[in-house]
Design a protein around this ligand. Structure first.
Ligand code: DOR
Length: 443
């Protein structure tokens, strides 16, 4: 007797091949993959030939709880996640209060256990004076350093503090790589008082490509100096990819987010402040180099940097408008739509969005459809396309930068721990995710 059997499905294998088979789940795991499974199950789904993928692991989201739950909370963020086929997420620490000590970490874990429908893990945020916490708070998927300021007040921008953090401990360090000194200097130069509204596109000039490259190089140098595990978040420029192509030590990994693959500075005209984020969207031309970096393996994985703000907040004039775009529920359909158009393969999507994040963050038993792996799964419909619509967005933000775009590969069912949580447009009540564990966590 199984908990769940998915019949007549095409199973995505890690090598990108597809097997026509049935799949059975028991006690949260993938128990059996076979041509035909006839044993009884508590629930049976007829997949009608649709493609079954390993659930996406989104290794960079901002869910705003505690402190700004009018934008998102852990529950609403996780519901948006499973709508998009994301079964596990790693959340950033820039809440209010920030996740910078064991008290906040425990609070988040307890809150997530009660409200999250996807599996969850949290970063510990670096300040200039919480070194002991950075290495002793558990469980944490890694240490997050904002080298340049963004939403919230977490910032470590001086060399001495950065050196101290890199030199002490073994835990993975994930960096938001933008150079604060250059941001400040260019803000003063470029943002002049004016009676006319300033264009949101100034954001990409203030935080120019050099701003990102300086910080990325600095982080890699520190990682080399101490042999420290480093993950560079949301690479956005051709110059960073060029640099990493020849300067990427084995202990360094990096990611890109869909916004830097699919949007560019010409989109400010259409999207205004909706397109404002840190690091900013770039001139056309950068995206093709980011794609190249993904295909070559210079860039390891895809995250979304899901950063919800309300449209009311976004409508403030520049530079008071907040930076960030929601994205957790559109990343998989975006990538699958581009797979259909021949831009990438099924094997690459699994590597970038499921297996790769599990490997980089040391999350055991996730990211692949194989017997014995956790039954975090998503059944997608590649045959039909459906428009992204603000009014259908699950995120409390209530909008998407991709509204109006026709995408295929929307999830029909999302399974977390072998239980259906997203069922044809609806969240099923009573199903919750679990706290993720991390192999390298020193607990
Ligand atoms: O645009 C951004 N918004 N980039 C970040 O790194 C933070 C995020 C947020 O939390 O709003």
């Amino acid at each position: 007797m199984f908990d769940l059997v998915i019949k007549n499905t095409q199973i995505a294998r890690p090598d990108g091949s597809r097997t026509d088979a049935d799949l059975a789940c028991l006690n949260g795991s993938i128990e059996r993959i076979e041509g035909q499974i006839t044993a009884d199950a508590t629930e049976t789904i007829d997949a009608q030939g649709h493609l079954l993928l390993p659930g996406v692991i989104d290794p960079q989201v901002h869910f705003r709880e505690p402190g700004a739950t009018h934008k998102e909370d852990l529950g609403s963020g996780s519901r948006a996640a499973v709508r998009g086929g994301v079964t596990s997420f790693l959340e950033m620490p820039n809440c209010r209060p920030a996740t910078v000590d064991q008290i906040q970490m425990d609070w988040k874990l307890a809150r997530a256990a009660r409200t999250c429908v996807a599996n969850f893990g949290f970063f510990i945020g670096a300040t200039k004076d919480n070194l002991a916490a950075l290495n002793n708070v558990h469980p944490a998927c890694g240490i997050k350093i904002f080298m340049g300021s963004s939403t919230g007040d977490l910032l470590v921008d001086d060399h001495e503090s950065l050196d101290r953090i890199f030199s002490c401990g073994r835990r993975l360090i994930a960096v938001h790589a933008e150079d604060e000194e250059r941001i400040k200097q260019r803000t003063t130069e470029i943002i002049q008082p004016s009676d006319d509204p300033l264009p949101y596109s100034l954001h990409s000039e203030v935080r120019d490509p050099e701003t990102a490259l300086i910080a990325t190089c600095r982080a890699v140098e520190l990682s080399e100096k101490y042999g420290r595990r480093l993950h560079i978040l949301h690479l956005s420029t051709a110059s960073e990819v060029d640099y990493l192509r020849t300067n990427k030590p084995a202990q360094v990994s990096c990611e890109v987010i869909p916004n830097h693959l699919f949007l560019n500075t010409t989109d400010y005209q259409r999207l205004g402040s909706r397109a404002q984020m840190n690091p900013p969207i770039r001139d056309p031309g950068n995206a093709s180099l980011l794609w190249q970096g993904l295909h070559d393996g210079v860039i390891d994985i895809i995250a979304t940097d899901h950063a919800p703000h309300t449209l009311e907040e976004k409508s403030k004039p520049y530079p008071d408008s907040p930076a960030g775009m929601p994205g957790v529920e559109t990343s998989l359909p975006l990538m699958l739509t581009h797979m259909k158009a021949g831009k990438c393969t099924l094997a690459e999507i699994q590597t970038w969005m499921s297996d790769g994040p599990a490997r980089i963050y040391g999350i055991p038993n996730k990211g692949r459809i194989e017997e014995g792996f956790d039954a975090d799964l998503v059944l997608v419909d590649l045959d039909h396309s459906h428009e992204v619509r603000d009014e259908e967005v699950f995120s409390r933000a209530g909008w998407s930068p991709y509204s109006g775009l026709q995408l295929s590969g929307w999830p029909l069912y999302t399974m977390v721990g072998g239980r259906v949580v997203f069922d044809n447009g609806r969240i099923r009540p009573g199903v919750f995710g679990s706290a993720l564990s991390f192999i390298d966590d020193d607990a």
